[in-house]
Write a protein that binds this ligand. Structure first.
Ligand code: 5GP
Ligand code: MN
Length: 340
């Protein structure tokens, strides 16, 4: 029997399921998780969805959001509950991440649980830690992999509009609204099928893109006006934001999402980076065009990874040091950047 059928068999009787996704989840991470959660609930399973951190308010419309066990703020209670749930689970679904490091303080719980682990993911170079793997970099989003698994099981009739909207959100955002080079016929087919199952494309787009706070828009204006730098000789754009600047615009989780894409939208730029201060580290977001792999760059120099053209990482040190580290690297990549 093939592996996905084995998993289907395992789900024939009610199970205690936990779904976990990565730290600071984006729309694909949360959408694939809540879409899968909704589907498994329809099938009669008990499902707990865990996020290792808070997430942007533009994702809180997702059906099931109110039940998410999110580790945020200073309370130790959610982490304790999450660890207990992971330890007691029959099946643990790990969605939209390729190494348990990405669940931060829950890493050991994920590694040590006796639950059957199921990885559903599309990031490069996954670590072997799961019993079942639905993994391919050919898929633009994890949400699509969830949908295709349900299709393979001939169970799409169990997808209700709430589930369809969550999955559609992941598909829409991880393709950059069907613009990135990961957009193929396969993505449009999945989008069309989800729409026929009740997803509402304009409403999902409105909830995600047209619910900005004025402060977030002002931050974008400030970044474009004063913080975006371009180095034509390296075909590179960068944006650096300090805690003070983020505070000035009352910045919330998710407010910096998408800023890096403005760098990449400058004519002739093929590499863009956004770096900003988090509580105890510097977070970096990379985007590239063509053959230039920001997955390699992030993995080698910033303890991160992702996809060839979209990746992230972290740096321990000051913002100035992070910028210097990045700028020092550029000459060694200059030929690659010019030839991309
Ligand atoms: P973003 O720049 O939007 O945060 O992330 C871009 C891509 O890189 C996403 O697929 C995300 O999951 C991945 N990514 C972001 N940060 C990290 C990180 O610190 N480590 C790894 N391995 N992947 C990351
Ligand atoms: Mn994804």
């Amino acid at each position: 029997m093939d592996r996905s059928r084995e998993l289907q068999q395992l789900l024939l009787t009610p199970k205690n399921v936990v779904i976990i996704t990565h730290f600071k989840p984006d729309a694909d991470a949360l959408g694939s998780s809540l879409g899968l959660a909704g589907f498994l609930k329809v099938k009669g399973h008990k499902v707990t969805t865990i996020t290792p951190s808070d997430y942007p308010s533009f994702l809180s419309w997702m059906p099931g959001n109110e039940e998410v066990l999110a580790l945020s703020g200073d309370s130790a209670e959610p982490a304790k509950k999450a660890k207990e749930a992971i330890a007691k689970a029959d099946i643990l679904f790990c969605l939209d991440f390729s190494t348990p490091k990405r669940v931060e303080e829950l890493e050991e719980s994920v590694r040590n649980t006796g639950a059957v682990k199921v990885l559903i993911d599309h990031h490069l170079e996954p670590e072997k830690f799961a019993t079942f793997e639905q993994w391919t970099t050919k898929s633009a989003s994890t949400a699509q992999l969830v949908f295709e698994l349900i299709e393979e099981w001939n169970e799409t009739h169990l997808i209700n509009p709430d589930v369809a909207n969550c999955l559609y959100a992941g598909l829409m955002t991880d393709t950059g609204n069907f613009r990135h080079n990961n957009t193929t016929e396969r993505e449009f087919v999945a989008a069309a099928r989800l729409t026929s199952l009740g997803a509402n494309p304009s409403e999902v787009a409105r909830q995600i893109y047209d619910t900005n706070s004025l402060e977030r828009l002002r931050l974008t204006g400030y970044v474009l006006n004063e913080k975006l730098r371009v180095l034509p000789e390296f075909r590179t754009a960068y944006i650096v934001l300090s805690q003070d600047e983020l505070k000035r615009f009352n910045s919330k989780t998710g407010d910096t999402e998408g800023l890096v894409n403005y760098g990449l939208s400058v004519n002739n730029v093929v590499l863009a980076v956004l770096m900003y201060e988090r509580k105890s580290e510097i977070k970096l977001s990379f985007r590239s065009l063509g053959e230039f792999s920001v997955n390699d760059l992030a993995r080698k120099h910033f303890a991160g990874g992702g996809h060839r053209n979209a990746a992230g990482g972290t740096f321990h040190g000051t913002l100035d040091e992070a910028l210097s580290r990045f700028l020092e690297l550029l000459p060694s990549y200059q030929q690659q950047l010019i030839n991309t």
